[in-house]
Design a binder for this molecule. Structure first.
Ligand SMILES: Cc1cc2nc3c(=O)[nH]c(=O)nc-3n(C[C@H](O)[C@H](O)[C@H](O)COP(=O)(O)OP(=O)(O)OC[C@H]3O[C@@H](n4cnc5c(N)ncnc54)[C@H](O)[C@@H]3O)c2cc1C
Length: 304
Protein backbone atom coordinates (compact mmCIF):
# COMPACT_ATOMS: atom_id res chain seq x y z
CA UNK A 1 0.00 0.00 0.00
CA UNK A 2 1.51 3.36 -1.00
CA UNK A 3 0.60 6.37 1.08
CA UNK A 4 -1.64 7.76 -1.63
CA UNK A 5 -3.66 4.65 -2.38
CA UNK A 6 -6.82 4.36 -0.34
CA UNK A 7 -7.10 1.33 1.95
CA UNK A 8 -9.87 -1.13 1.17
CA UNK A 9 -13.19 0.22 2.43
CA UNK A 10 -12.21 3.91 2.27
CA UNK A 11 -13.79 6.27 -0.27
CA UNK A 12 -13.22 9.97 -0.79
CA UNK A 13 -15.91 12.67 -0.96
CA UNK A 14 -18.80 10.69 0.46
CA UNK A 15 -22.08 12.17 1.64
CA UNK A 16 -22.74 11.70 5.35
CA UNK A 17 -26.42 12.67 5.57
CA UNK A 18 -27.65 9.13 5.00
CA UNK A 19 -25.35 7.89 7.77
CA UNK A 20 -27.10 10.05 10.35
CA UNK A 21 -30.57 9.84 11.85
CA UNK A 22 -31.15 13.56 11.19
CA UNK A 23 -30.45 13.04 7.47
CA UNK A 24 -28.46 16.25 7.21
CA UNK A 25 -24.83 17.14 6.67
CA UNK A 26 -22.25 17.46 3.93
CA UNK A 27 -19.43 15.44 2.48
CA UNK A 28 -16.70 13.52 4.30
CA UNK A 29 -13.26 14.09 2.84
CA UNK A 30 -12.77 10.36 3.43
CA UNK A 31 -15.23 7.78 4.69
CA UNK A 32 -14.07 4.40 5.97
CA UNK A 33 -16.51 1.59 6.65
CA UNK A 34 -14.43 -1.32 7.93
CA UNK A 35 -15.89 -4.82 7.64
CA UNK A 36 -13.44 -6.29 10.12
CA UNK A 37 -10.84 -5.24 12.68
CA UNK A 38 -7.89 -5.63 10.33
CA UNK A 39 -9.48 -3.23 7.84
CA UNK A 40 -10.06 -0.79 10.67
CA UNK A 41 -6.43 -0.98 11.75
CA UNK A 42 -5.27 -0.47 8.13
CA UNK A 43 -7.51 2.60 7.85
CA UNK A 44 -6.27 4.07 11.11
CA UNK A 45 -2.62 3.52 10.13
CA UNK A 46 -3.23 5.10 6.74
CA UNK A 47 -4.91 8.12 8.34
CA UNK A 48 -1.93 8.46 10.69
CA UNK A 49 0.53 8.36 7.79
CA UNK A 50 -1.56 10.92 5.89
CA UNK A 51 -1.86 13.19 8.93
CA UNK A 52 -5.65 12.97 8.81
CA UNK A 53 -7.96 13.51 11.77
CA UNK A 54 -10.15 10.52 12.65
CA UNK A 55 -13.84 10.77 13.53
CA UNK A 56 -15.49 7.58 14.86
CA UNK A 57 -19.17 7.15 14.04
CA UNK A 58 -21.71 4.50 14.89
CA UNK A 59 -25.29 4.83 13.66
CA UNK A 60 -25.01 8.63 13.57
CA UNK A 61 -28.01 8.95 15.88
CA UNK A 62 -26.41 11.56 18.10
CA UNK A 63 -24.51 13.53 15.47
CA UNK A 64 -25.09 16.89 13.82
CA UNK A 65 -22.87 16.94 10.74
CA UNK A 66 -21.99 20.33 9.25
CA UNK A 67 -23.38 21.22 5.82
CA UNK A 68 -19.79 22.14 4.91
CA UNK A 69 -18.71 18.56 5.46
CA UNK A 70 -15.91 17.05 7.49
CA UNK A 71 -12.20 17.00 6.80
CA UNK A 72 -10.20 13.90 7.66
CA UNK A 73 -11.40 10.32 7.90
CA UNK A 74 -14.90 9.55 9.16
CA UNK A 75 -14.82 5.98 10.44
CA UNK A 76 -18.27 4.48 10.43
CA UNK A 77 -18.25 1.28 12.49
CA UNK A 78 -21.82 0.18 11.83
CA UNK A 79 -20.70 -2.94 9.94
CA UNK A 80 -18.66 -4.33 12.83
CA UNK A 81 -21.58 -6.33 14.17
CA UNK A 82 -22.00 -9.51 16.16
CA UNK A 83 -22.40 -10.73 19.71
CA UNK A 84 -21.23 -13.62 21.79
CA UNK A 85 -23.79 -14.72 24.36
CA UNK A 86 -23.38 -16.74 27.51
CA UNK A 87 -26.94 -17.36 28.59
CA UNK A 88 -25.85 -19.18 31.76
CA UNK A 89 -23.69 -16.39 33.23
CA UNK A 90 -25.46 -13.50 31.48
CA UNK A 91 -22.22 -12.18 30.01
CA UNK A 92 -22.46 -10.64 26.53
CA UNK A 93 -19.62 -9.54 24.28
CA UNK A 94 -20.93 -7.15 21.64
CA UNK A 95 -19.07 -5.64 18.69
CA UNK A 96 -19.01 -1.86 18.37
CA UNK A 97 -21.42 -1.69 15.44
CA UNK A 98 -24.06 -3.95 16.97
CA UNK A 99 -27.41 -2.12 16.86
CA UNK A 100 -28.76 -1.50 20.35
CA UNK A 101 -32.38 -2.49 19.59
CA UNK A 102 -31.24 -5.87 18.27
CA UNK A 103 -28.98 -6.41 21.26
CA UNK A 104 -31.82 -5.64 23.66
CA UNK A 105 -34.29 -7.90 21.90
CA UNK A 106 -31.91 -10.84 21.61
CA UNK A 107 -30.92 -10.55 25.27
CA UNK A 108 -34.60 -10.62 26.21
CA UNK A 109 -35.22 -13.67 24.03
CA UNK A 110 -32.44 -15.46 25.91
CA UNK A 111 -33.96 -14.54 29.26
CA UNK A 112 -31.16 -12.07 30.05
CA UNK A 113 -32.60 -9.24 32.09
CA UNK A 114 -31.14 -5.72 32.27
CA UNK A 115 -30.88 -4.29 28.75
CA UNK A 116 -34.58 -3.89 27.89
CA UNK A 117 -34.25 -0.07 28.07
CA UNK A 118 -31.80 -0.12 25.13
CA UNK A 119 -34.49 -1.29 22.70
CA UNK A 120 -35.67 2.22 21.79
CA UNK A 121 -32.25 3.79 21.31
CA UNK A 122 -31.31 3.75 17.61
CA UNK A 123 -27.54 3.70 18.12
CA UNK A 124 -24.73 1.17 18.25
CA UNK A 125 -22.83 -0.37 21.14
CA UNK A 126 -19.76 1.82 20.45
CA UNK A 127 -21.84 5.00 20.42
CA UNK A 128 -23.64 3.92 23.59
CA UNK A 129 -20.34 3.40 25.41
CA UNK A 130 -18.98 6.76 24.22
CA UNK A 131 -22.19 8.55 25.21
CA UNK A 132 -23.06 6.47 28.26
CA UNK A 133 -26.50 6.16 26.69
CA UNK A 134 -29.37 5.88 29.11
CA UNK A 135 -33.12 5.61 29.38
CA UNK A 136 -35.84 4.51 31.78
CA UNK A 137 -33.61 5.10 34.80
CA UNK A 138 -30.73 2.98 33.55
CA UNK A 139 -27.55 3.72 31.63
CA UNK A 140 -24.78 1.79 29.95
CA UNK A 141 -22.31 2.33 32.78
CA UNK A 142 -24.48 0.10 34.99
CA UNK A 143 -24.05 -2.88 32.69
CA UNK A 144 -20.59 -2.45 31.21
CA UNK A 145 -17.89 -4.81 32.47
CA UNK A 146 -15.17 -3.54 30.18
CA UNK A 147 -14.58 -2.22 26.66
CA UNK A 148 -11.94 -3.12 24.12
CA UNK A 149 -10.47 0.06 22.68
CA UNK A 150 -8.10 0.91 19.85
CA UNK A 151 -5.68 3.78 20.35
CA UNK A 152 -5.24 5.06 16.79
CA UNK A 153 -1.93 6.89 17.29
CA UNK A 154 -0.11 3.73 18.45
CA UNK A 155 -2.32 0.95 17.08
CA UNK A 156 -2.43 -0.50 20.61
CA UNK A 157 -5.43 -2.35 22.00
CA UNK A 158 -6.64 -1.67 25.51
CA UNK A 159 -9.18 -3.25 27.81
CA UNK A 160 -10.68 -0.64 30.04
CA UNK A 161 -12.90 -1.59 32.92
CA UNK A 162 -16.01 0.40 33.71
CA UNK A 163 -14.15 2.22 36.50
CA UNK A 164 -11.61 3.56 34.02
CA UNK A 165 -14.19 5.08 31.68
CA UNK A 166 -15.06 8.09 33.89
CA UNK A 167 -18.77 7.58 33.23
CA UNK A 168 -21.24 10.27 34.19
CA UNK A 169 -24.55 11.57 32.91
CA UNK A 170 -24.24 11.03 29.11
CA UNK A 171 -20.48 11.24 29.58
CA UNK A 172 -17.43 9.03 29.22
CA UNK A 173 -13.72 9.72 29.03
CA UNK A 174 -13.94 8.96 25.30
CA UNK A 175 -15.69 12.29 24.77
CA UNK A 176 -12.75 14.15 26.29
CA UNK A 177 -10.33 12.25 24.08
CA UNK A 178 -12.39 13.11 21.01
CA UNK A 179 -12.58 16.78 22.06
CA UNK A 180 -8.78 16.79 22.37
CA UNK A 181 -8.58 15.49 18.75
CA UNK A 182 -7.23 12.13 19.92
CA UNK A 183 -10.28 9.89 19.76
CA UNK A 184 -9.98 6.28 20.82
CA UNK A 185 -12.21 3.73 19.15
CA UNK A 186 -14.50 1.27 20.91
CA UNK A 187 -14.13 -2.12 19.25
CA UNK A 188 -16.36 -4.14 21.54
CA UNK A 189 -17.94 -4.13 24.95
CA UNK A 190 -18.61 -6.80 27.55
CA UNK A 191 -21.90 -6.38 29.37
CA UNK A 192 -23.25 -8.29 32.33
CA UNK A 193 -26.93 -9.12 32.59
CA UNK A 194 -29.11 -11.17 34.95
CA UNK A 195 -29.75 -14.61 33.46
CA UNK A 196 -32.69 -16.93 33.94
CA UNK A 197 -35.60 -14.52 33.44
CA UNK A 198 -38.81 -15.18 31.57
CA UNK A 199 -38.21 -14.06 27.94
CA UNK A 200 -41.89 -13.28 27.46
CA UNK A 201 -41.90 -10.86 30.38
CA UNK A 202 -38.75 -9.15 29.13
CA UNK A 203 -40.18 -8.81 25.62
CA UNK A 204 -43.35 -7.32 27.08
CA UNK A 205 -41.27 -4.78 29.01
CA UNK A 206 -39.58 -3.83 25.73
CA UNK A 207 -42.93 -3.49 23.99
CA UNK A 208 -44.29 -1.26 26.74
CA UNK A 209 -41.14 0.91 26.68
CA UNK A 210 -41.39 1.35 22.92
CA UNK A 211 -45.09 2.18 23.11
CA UNK A 212 -44.36 4.83 25.73
CA UNK A 213 -41.61 6.33 23.56
CA UNK A 214 -43.68 6.52 20.41
CA UNK A 215 -46.39 8.27 22.44
CA UNK A 216 -44.08 10.88 23.95
CA UNK A 217 -41.31 11.34 21.37
CA UNK A 218 -41.39 12.14 17.62
CA UNK A 219 -40.24 8.76 16.33
CA UNK A 220 -41.88 9.20 12.94
CA UNK A 221 -39.52 12.01 11.83
CA UNK A 222 -35.73 12.15 11.43
CA UNK A 223 -34.06 13.59 14.53
CA UNK A 224 -30.95 13.35 16.67
CA UNK A 225 -32.83 12.34 19.81
CA UNK A 226 -32.60 14.70 22.77
CA UNK A 227 -30.72 17.77 21.58
CA UNK A 228 -29.83 19.25 24.97
CA UNK A 229 -28.49 17.78 28.18
CA UNK A 230 -30.91 18.17 31.04
CA UNK A 231 -29.68 20.87 33.44
CA UNK A 232 -30.45 18.51 36.33
CA UNK A 233 -32.68 18.41 38.25
CA UNK A 234 -34.57 20.34 35.57
CA UNK A 235 -35.60 18.85 32.23
CA UNK A 236 -34.52 20.62 29.04
CA UNK A 237 -37.78 19.67 27.29
CA UNK A 238 -39.95 21.26 29.97
CA UNK A 239 -37.86 24.44 30.00
CA UNK A 240 -38.10 24.78 26.21
CA UNK A 241 -41.82 24.07 26.26
CA UNK A 242 -42.30 26.79 28.89
CA UNK A 243 -40.78 29.28 26.42
CA UNK A 244 -43.52 28.35 23.94
CA UNK A 245 -40.94 27.23 21.43
CA UNK A 246 -42.63 23.97 20.46
CA UNK A 247 -43.33 24.04 16.74
CA UNK A 248 -40.82 26.84 16.03
CA UNK A 249 -39.52 26.25 12.54
CA UNK A 250 -36.55 27.29 10.45
CA UNK A 251 -36.26 25.88 6.95
CA UNK A 252 -36.94 22.18 7.25
CA UNK A 253 -36.03 22.02 10.93
CA UNK A 254 -38.63 22.25 13.67
CA UNK A 255 -38.65 22.10 17.45
CA UNK A 256 -40.87 19.08 17.80
CA UNK A 257 -44.50 19.64 18.68
CA UNK A 258 -44.40 16.27 20.49
CA UNK A 259 -41.29 16.72 22.66
CA UNK A 260 -39.55 20.09 22.93
CA UNK A 261 -36.08 18.62 23.43
CA UNK A 262 -36.21 17.12 19.94
CA UNK A 263 -35.53 19.05 16.75
CA UNK A 264 -37.02 17.18 13.82
CA UNK A 265 -36.30 17.30 10.12
CA UNK A 266 -39.72 17.88 8.60
CA UNK A 267 -38.21 17.76 5.11
CA UNK A 268 -35.22 19.43 3.51
CA UNK A 269 -33.61 20.58 6.77
CA UNK A 270 -30.00 21.65 6.72
CA UNK A 271 -27.58 21.43 9.61
CA UNK A 272 -27.47 25.22 9.66
CA UNK A 273 -31.22 25.34 10.35
CA UNK A 274 -30.88 22.88 13.22
CA UNK A 275 -27.90 24.76 14.59
CA UNK A 276 -29.78 28.06 14.39
CA UNK A 277 -32.69 26.56 16.38
CA UNK A 278 -30.17 25.28 18.94
CA UNK A 279 -28.81 28.81 19.31
CA UNK A 280 -32.30 30.27 19.51
CA UNK A 281 -33.21 27.95 22.39
CA UNK A 282 -29.94 28.64 24.19
CA UNK A 283 -30.30 32.42 23.87
CA UNK A 284 -33.95 32.55 24.90
CA UNK A 285 -33.41 30.33 27.92
CA UNK A 286 -30.38 32.35 29.02
CA UNK A 287 -32.15 35.69 28.48
CA UNK A 288 -35.42 34.73 30.13
CA UNK A 289 -34.38 32.26 32.85
CA UNK A 290 -30.63 32.66 33.18
CA UNK A 291 -30.18 28.96 32.41
CA UNK A 292 -27.40 27.76 30.11
CA UNK A 293 -28.14 24.67 28.03
CA UNK A 294 -25.40 22.55 26.49
CA UNK A 295 -25.97 20.05 23.74
CA UNK A 296 -26.09 16.31 24.19
CA UNK A 297 -25.73 15.84 20.43
CA UNK A 298 -22.18 15.95 19.14
CA UNK A 299 -21.14 18.25 16.32
CA UNK A 300 -19.05 16.97 13.47
CA UNK A 301 -17.35 19.48 11.16
CA UNK A 302 -17.27 23.24 11.60
CA UNK A 303 -20.21 25.43 12.58
CA UNK A 304 -20.40 29.23 12.85
C1 LIG B 1 -35.10 8.88 18.08
C2 LIG B 1 -33.90 8.87 18.97
C3 LIG B 1 -34.04 8.50 20.30
C4 LIG B 1 -32.92 8.50 21.15
N1 LIG B 1 -33.09 8.13 22.45
C5 LIG B 1 -32.03 8.11 23.28
C6 LIG B 1 -32.17 7.72 24.65
O1 LIG B 1 -33.24 7.36 25.12
N2 LIG B 1 -31.07 7.73 25.43
C7 LIG B 1 -29.84 8.09 24.95
O2 LIG B 1 -28.86 8.05 25.71
N3 LIG B 1 -29.67 8.47 23.66
C8 LIG B 1 -30.74 8.48 22.82
N4 LIG B 1 -30.57 8.86 21.52
C9 LIG B 1 -29.24 9.31 21.05
C10 LIG B 1 -28.35 8.21 20.47
O3 LIG B 1 -29.10 7.15 19.92
C11 LIG B 1 -27.37 7.68 21.52
O4 LIG B 1 -26.53 8.70 22.00
C12 LIG B 1 -26.50 6.54 20.97
O5 LIG B 1 -25.76 5.98 22.02
C13 LIG B 1 -25.55 7.02 19.88
O6 LIG B 1 -25.01 5.88 19.25
P1 LIG B 1 -24.50 5.97 17.74
O7 LIG B 1 -23.93 4.65 17.40
O8 LIG B 1 -25.58 6.46 16.85
O9 LIG B 1 -23.34 7.05 17.88
P2 LIG B 1 -23.05 8.27 16.90
O10 LIG B 1 -24.20 9.21 16.89
O11 LIG B 1 -22.57 7.77 15.60
O12 LIG B 1 -21.84 8.96 17.70
C14 LIG B 1 -22.08 9.58 18.93
C15 LIG B 1 -20.73 9.85 19.62
O13 LIG B 1 -20.13 8.60 19.93
C16 LIG B 1 -18.86 8.49 19.28
N5 LIG B 1 -18.72 7.11 18.83
C17 LIG B 1 -19.60 6.37 18.11
N6 LIG B 1 -19.13 5.14 17.93
C18 LIG B 1 -17.92 5.09 18.52
C19 LIG B 1 -16.93 4.08 18.68
N7 LIG B 1 -17.09 2.84 18.19
N8 LIG B 1 -15.80 4.38 19.36
C20 LIG B 1 -15.61 5.61 19.87
N9 LIG B 1 -16.50 6.62 19.77
C21 LIG B 1 -17.65 6.34 19.11
C22 LIG B 1 -18.89 9.48 18.13
O14 LIG B 1 -17.58 9.93 17.80
C23 LIG B 1 -19.75 10.59 18.71
O15 LIG B 1 -18.99 11.46 19.50
C24 LIG B 1 -31.67 8.87 20.65
C25 LIG B 1 -31.53 9.24 19.30
C26 LIG B 1 -32.63 9.23 18.47
C27 LIG B 1 -32.45 9.62 17.02
Amino acid sequence: MTLLSLPEGVLSNQGLADLTSWKVGGIAEYLGEPRNCQQLVDMVQWAGAMGLAIHPMGAGSNLLVSDDGVTGLCLCLRHLQGCHWDASTGLIQAQAGEPLPRLARKAAQLGLHGLEWLAGIPGTVGGAVAMNAGAQGSCLAEWLVDAQLLEPSTGRYWHWRRQEMDFGYRHSVLQEMAAAQTPWIVLSARLHTNPGHNPQHLLETIKAGLAQRTKTQPYHLPSGGSVFRNPLPQKAGQLIEALNLKGQRLGGAQISTVHANFIVNVGGAKAEHIQALIHLVQERLMDEKGIGLTTEVKHLGTFD
